[in-house]
Design a protein around this ligand. Structure first.
Ligand code: FPP
Length: 237
């Protein structure tokens, strides 16, 4: 039977730097173009009624990039979140709920505040949840969940034999959301790069040589059409 619309799509927004080099622009300008692609795909996915979309915007490893590039990416987050604040009524009408996904340590306080505001202001929107992965690593996310479980065991609230997969899932940043049905990686790379490694256990993958800034609404249509033809067995026959 054909699959329905995917409930959750993950996007690894890769290739901004190469896109910029090809255009003779700076890497930071590549990230600006990447943010524009993010805006377009986010809006389109919401129009289509995709329940959850997760965008990998900044990994725990990305702090190793040159300080000027990190600062430029943080400024892009600020610009987007201020703009989201200005457009909050429009976003609410669209039903877009924004969710910060990642560790908070080390992220500038004003950015966390802007994310918290965007999240709180869109709390009643239920059409599409947009997870923005910032300071995110899949392994760190699992550690975060397990630590909270360990605290509950230590407090005597939970016995070790009660720890199961659903409890670990419930402690992840995507708690309550379906696992990604399909994960998209542009730019000709074939890696998961620590992205939703727990949630991706049964995800389909979709690759393209296109660089993220060139990613279009038509590509998302293609992903949805391809997904509908995939035969998902979840370990069965
Ligand atoms: C990876 O491409 C991209 C990043 C580390 C940054 C992604 C950030 C954005 C697209 C901005 C998102 C904005 C919002 C508002 C969520 P790369 O730099 O590794 O590309 P390369 O492999 O070609 O060098």
């Amino acid at each position: 039977m054909a699959n329905e619309l995917p409930l959750h799509i993950g996007f690894i927004m890769d290739g901004n730097g190469r896109w910029a080099t090809r255009q003779g622009l700076s890497r930071s300008e590549g990230h600006v173009a990447g943010a524009n692609a993010f805006r377009r795909i986010c809006e389109y996915g919401c129009d289509l009624g995709i329940k959850s979309m997760t965008f990998y915007a900044f990994s725990t490893e990305n702090w190793k990039r040159p300080p000027a590039e990190v600062a430029a990416i943080m400024d892009i987050f600020r610009d987007y979140l201020r703009e989201a604040e200005e457009r909050k009524l429009e976003n609410a009408q669209k039903g877009m709920h924004m969710h910060y996904m990642g560790g908070r340590d080390g992220v500038p306080e004003d950015i966390l505040d802007l994310f918290d505001t965007a999240e709180n202001e869109s709390i009643n929107a239920t059409r599409t949840t947009v997870n923005i992965a910032v300071n995110y690593g899949g392994r760190a996310e699992i550690v975060h969940s397990v630590r909270n479980i360990a605290k509950r065991v230590q407090a005597g609230e939970l016995a070790p034999h009660e720890i199961d997969e659903s409890l670990i899932s419930a402690g992840l940043y995507t708690a309550g959301q379906p696992d990604p049905d399909i994960i998209v990686r542009p730019s000709g790379e074939y890696r998961l790069s620590n992205f939703m490694i727990w949630q991706a256990a049964y995800s389909e993958f979709w690759y393209t040589d296109k660089l993220w800034p060139d990613f279009t609404e038509a590509d998302l249509d293609q992903i949805i059409a391809d997904y509908a033809k995939r035969n998902r067995r979840f370990g069965g026959v």
